[in-house]
Design a binder for this molecule. Structure first.
Ligand SMILES: [Zn+2]
Length: 47
């Protein structure tokens, strides 16, 4: 099994809930630059 490490210095894709804009950022952008919607880290699966 290959473990996927999360490197805090590595940029992660964040996806806007509202318009689907993808933002690559090392830190959570919090708000979508396009619509101001909520962003989520695509590398973290929702439970
Ligand atoms: Zn958006």
């Amino acid at each position: 099994m290959k473990d996927v490490k999360v490197d805090p210095n590595e940029e992660s894709p964040y996806e806007c809930f509202q318009c689907g804009t993808i933002v690559h950022s090392a830190a959570n952008p919090d708000q979508c630059p396009e619509c101001g919607g909520e962003m989520r880290n695509r590398q973290v699966p929702l439970e």
